[in-house]
Write a protein that binds this ligand. Structure first.
Ligand code: MD3
Ligand code: FE
Length: 209
């Protein structure tokens, strides 16, 4: 379902086996070195969602090849199967959706949300490519707030993201403000065995070493 030009929500896109497999992979990626960390912002704040990166390490507001704000270890490699998964998600949007990019996906940012975690309204502008971003959700349902490219303020559209949902952000939506105002604790499917919420975003960096 298209919620704005280039923004396509694919509810329940990941079947149960794929959700379990992705969660198991995220738990491996979360381990040190270059594992899960708390992100500190330049003005002394902390992000409530904890994060682990693959391919390129994001820290406010740049990419590097080492966990510069973590243990300094080299970032974990981005596996080819995640590029295939991202392409499959974009292709699933159909002919009305954004085009599958020519370049390979090479960044995964994995965010772990506990019951109190949030993400303020922001735009993602550190990539040097306008390829669609693919978001995959696991665990608790959240309220995802989608704004517009021009301003952090209204109008917004609120959408519930559930375990197994994919969301593709291409075209003009790639530059839109967005955030996560709340998580709904205890809404994760029991069979998944996850407390809290996990979001994986797949991106094309457009960067070279
Ligand atoms: C629209 N993550 O990692 S996913 C982020 O649920 C981020 O963890 C949220 O915002 C989360 O930067 C929201 C949806 C999303 C992700 C990236 C986007 C929407 C986007 C990039 C550009 C436009
Ligand atoms: Fe974002």
């Amino acid at each position: 379902m298209t919620i704005a030009p280039g923004a396509v929500h694919l509810p329940g896109w990941l079947d149960t086996d794929r959700q379990r497999g992705l969660l198991a992979a995220c738990r491996e990626w979360a381990r040190p070195p270059a594992g899960l960390r708390t992100v500190r912002t330049p003005r002394g704040g902390t992000m409530s969602a904890r994060q682990v990166c693959l391919g390129w390490h994001w820290s406010p507001y740049r990419y590097s090849r080492h966990a510069v704000d973590g243990d300094g270890a080299p970032v974990k490699p981005f596996p080819p199967w995640l590029d295939a998964l991202a392409r499959e998600a974009v292709a699933s949007c159909g002919p009305e959706g954004p085009a599958v990019p020519a370049e390979a996906y090479d960044i995964a940012l994995v965010n772990f949300y506990d019951a109190d975690a949030r993400m303020g309204m922001h735009r993602d502008a550190e990539e040097r490519s306008d390829a669609p971003v693919v978001s995959l959700s696991l665990g608790d349902t959240c309220v995802f707030r989608f704004g517009n490219p021009g301003t952090r303020g209204r109008p917004h559209t609120d959408v519930e993201l559930r375990s197994g949902d994919a969301f593709v952000f291409g075209g003009p939506s790639r530059a839109a403000y967005h955030g996560v105002p709340r998580v709904r604790p205890g809404t994760a499917p029991a069979w998944l065995g996850l407390t809290g919420r996990l979001n994986i975003t797949l991106r094309v960096s457009g960067l070279e070493d």
